[in-house]
Design a protein around this ligand. Structure first.
Ligand SMILES: *[C@@H]1O[C@H](CO)[C@@H](O)[C@H](O)[C@H]1NC(C)=O
Ligand SMILES: *[C@@H]1O[C@H](CO)[C@@H](O)[C@H](O)[C@H]1NC(C)=O
Ligand SMILES: *[C@@H]1O[C@H](CO)[C@@H](O)[C@H](O)[C@H]1NC(C)=O
Ligand SMILES: *[C@@H]1O[C@H](CO)[C@@H](O)[C@H](O)[C@H]1NC(C)=O
Ligand SMILES: *[C@@H]1O[C@H](CO)[C@@H](O)[C@H](O)[C@H]1NC(C)=O
Length: 612
């Protein structure tokens, strides 16, 4: 068809430079204000829940009421939003705001499907959290939950049959038992994607990253590929340790290691077990520093002191000073459950304030957590310059990457020495550093492939490449990427996917995955910029980098934080890092000394790398 050039020109103009629209502005303005009020009610409900504990019915009811209110309001927006989008009105900023109005999500489904999707999701989640297993060889004792009972039995057990028993029991009760629910759920998820305007469900899966499905998978694949050489060396080494512990008949050469044994081994890195537990710690004679003990010796034994010490840390980076009232009004959360007791910053949207809640435990975890919570606090305050619709982080877990970059820099032996915590020189020398890298590596290098497989599997299902309950495909991915196999061959008679989904069935792991990779990339960037890290210089390794008092970096952080989600995460990364994409280079640089050591050890001990 022939189109006059003048028309093309006009269309071109309309696309790139259409003027702001007054009606649209009024709509956005009103929406922002209304959402802010509802969001604040939701924040207050969450805060109540945090303070009163997870079983407080008043708080739970309040959360439900505000969720409902938000959904009702979003429903009223949807038609008008669609109309503005169809007309293509407004300038770039207005179109961004329009895009950031919350989507209907499942609420776009018809009444019957909607009921079903919620019922399926909550049934699978309840099943995961409430399933009770019978104790090993005690058929009458059937009250064990996965967390904490089974977990702690398995972590402490050296009885292989017991560990295996729980592995199989758990999978039959949470996996196979929910097979048909999982299949139905994935169907409804595809329908939901369609109704929200995503013809390809895998694009909907990654919507919070603002990446198309294929783009997101390419990014994740590139990171997995970069990680592979380090992963293979580490895997070979851990397999060697497992063989020492359990014998060659259970951990044969050139095969993936048994998942149930590897999970116990790697899982222990997330708890504070004694150094002696690890059969192959790089420098057993040195062990691991007991930072909790040192904090107390140094007098950093009240949360108030830690709070102000860390506040000073951020002020010295160039962030604004925190006001006294923040601590005066800070409230204590219950310390009954270590895993739920954390420091936390709270932001509001209509109210001009932030709050802080703290965990009264004074140990290593809570100390480093203070850096993360105050980093979030600074983030919330910087992003408050944006309208409500653009105040969120660029993708979920983005702010965690910044917080964790600082808690990692704060755990560097150089900074801890400066604080008077690790006074002995040995902590800065290679043997002790290797121990620290080894434990950190167990937490990071083995977790990324597990996250990857969980997303990859569900994305393949959504894209229609595999059936929703293709257990054999799941194990092919698991073996290839995590190097772990089931204790006995699993077939499509079983179904093991839901047994691994710690979060909800529709929670995407990619943002978690990217956040972990990004925290090392940020550390490498800031340490390079401040002259503390030099690639290949053994006197300036990344794991010794201390960012305290680096006044230059606060400014660029504030600038990036204040963008909120007004632009794509790549634009935020350009400000933060000078490059637009997440890459695994920082992580590899951080673990390079460990990588060298692993390679040497594997060669020396004739440990085979990889599997067939
Ligand atoms: C709404 O109105 C206020 C005051 O007139 C203005 O400052 C704000 O930028 C407007 N826009 C949005 C999207 O909130
Ligand atoms: C049930 O088994 C667990 C784990 O072995 C044990 O700790 C608990 O005491 C047992 N309870 C009863 C009532 O026997
Ligand atoms: C570290 O020290 C604390 C306090 O002295 C102690 O309770 C804890 O058991 C020690 N932890 C380890 C892993 O040795
Ligand atoms: C939050 O901070 C305000 C002052 O900024 C204070 O009045 C209020 O009590 C605090 N609320 C909580 C729950 O900490
Ligand atoms: C990402 O966010 C979730 C939910 O807040 C949290 O449980 C998880 O630990 C975060 N991941 C990282 C890497 O911080």
């Amino acid at each position: 068809m022939w189109i006059p050039a003048a028309v093309l020109l006009l269309v071109g103009l309309a696309r790139s430079e259409s003027p702001p629209d007054a009606t649209l502005e009024r709509f956005l303005n009103e929406t922002s204000q209304q959402l802010a009020v509802i969001y604040d009610q939701a924040v207050l409900a969450q805060l109540l829940n945090e303070l009163r504990g997870p079983n407080d019915l008043v708080a739970l009811l309040e959360i439900e009421v505000t969720d409902d209110k938000l959904m009702k309001y979003v429903r009223t927006l949807t038609t008008r939003k669609a109309k503005f989008k169809r007309l293509g009105l407004g300038d770039a900023r207005q179109r961004r705001l329009l895009d950031k109005i919350p989507q209907l999500g499942y609420e776009a489904l018809s009444g019957r499907d909607l009921k079903l999707v919620y019922a399926l999701a909550s049934s699978m989640s309840d099943n995961y959290h409430n399933v009770k297993l019978c104790a090993y060889k005690q058929p009458g004792n059937c009250t064990l939950r996965l967390i904490p009972e089974v977990q702690s039995i398995v972590q402490g057990s050296r009885d292989l049959e017991e560990i295996e028993y729980y592995w199989f029991e758990w999978r039959s009760r949470t996996g196979l038992a929910t097979r048909s629910q999982f299949v139905d759920f994935m169907d409804l998820y595809k329908k939901t994607a369609q109704l929200n305007g995503y013809p390809r469900a895998e694009d909907y899966w990654f919507r919070s990253l603002e990446l198309a499905g294929r783009e997101a998978m390419t990014l994740l694949d590139r990171i997995m590929h970069g990680l592979r050489p380090l992963f293979l060396q580490f895997h070979a080494h851990v397999r060697g340790s497992l063989r020492k512990m359990h014998g060659e008949h259970l951990v044969p050469r050139n095969r993936p290691y048994p998942q149930h044994l590897a999970e116990v081994f790697i899982g222990n890195a997330f708890r504070r077990v004694q150094a002696e537990w690890y059969v192959d710690l790089p420098s057993p004679e040195i062990g691991l520093a007991n930072i909790t003990q040192e904090l107390h010796r140094r007098g950093l034994s009240t949360t108030q002191r830690v709070f102000w010490n860390v506040a000073e840390y951020f002020r010295a980076l160039g962030f604004p000073q925190l006001e006294n009232s923040l601590w005066t009004y800070a409230q204590k959360v219950s310390s009954d459950d270590d895993d739920r007791c954390w420091h936390k910053a709270w932001r509001y949207y209509a109210l001009p304030r932030t709050n802080f809640t703290y965990c009264p435990l004074n140990d290593e975890e809570r100390f480093f957590n203070m850096f993360e919570a105050q980093s979030d606090l600074q983030y919330y305050r910087a992003a408050a310059v944006q309208p409500t619709l653009l105040q969120e982080e660029p993708f979920p877990n983005f702010s965690d990457a910044i917080g964790k970059c600082f808690s990692m820099a704060a755990s560097s032996p150089r900074f801890l020495r400066k604080l008077g915590i690790l006074r002995e020189n040995k902590w800065k020398e290679l043997p002790a550093r290797l121990n620290r890298l080894y434990i950190q590596g167990l937490r990071v290098v083995f977790l990324l492939p597990v996250f990857y497989v969980l997303d990859r599997y569900r994305v393949e299902v959504l894209a229609g490449h595999i059936k929703a309950d293709d257990n054999e495909a799941y194990w092919r991915f698991t073996e290839h990427y995590t190097g772990a196999a089931a204790p006995t061959k699993r077939t499509n008679e079983q179904f093991d996917v839901p047994a691994k989904l710690l979060m909800e069935v529709d929670d995407q792991y990619a943002s978690n995955f990217l956040s972990i990779v990004l925290q090392f990339q940020l550390l490498k960037h800031f340490c390079t910029k401040t002259g503390q890290f030099e690639m290949g210089n053994p006197r300036k390794p990344l794991d010794l980098c201390d960012l305290s008092d680096q006044r230059g970096i606060g400014e660029v952080l504030k600038q990036a934080m204040s963008l909120g989600s007004s632009v794509h995460y790549r634009e935020v990364l350009k400000v933060l890092l000078g490059e637009p994409e997440i890459s695994v280079d920082g992580l590899l640089a951080y673990f390079q000394p460990l990588h060298d050591w692993l390679q040497h050890q594997n060669q020396e001990n004739n440990l085979e790398v990889g599997w067939t």
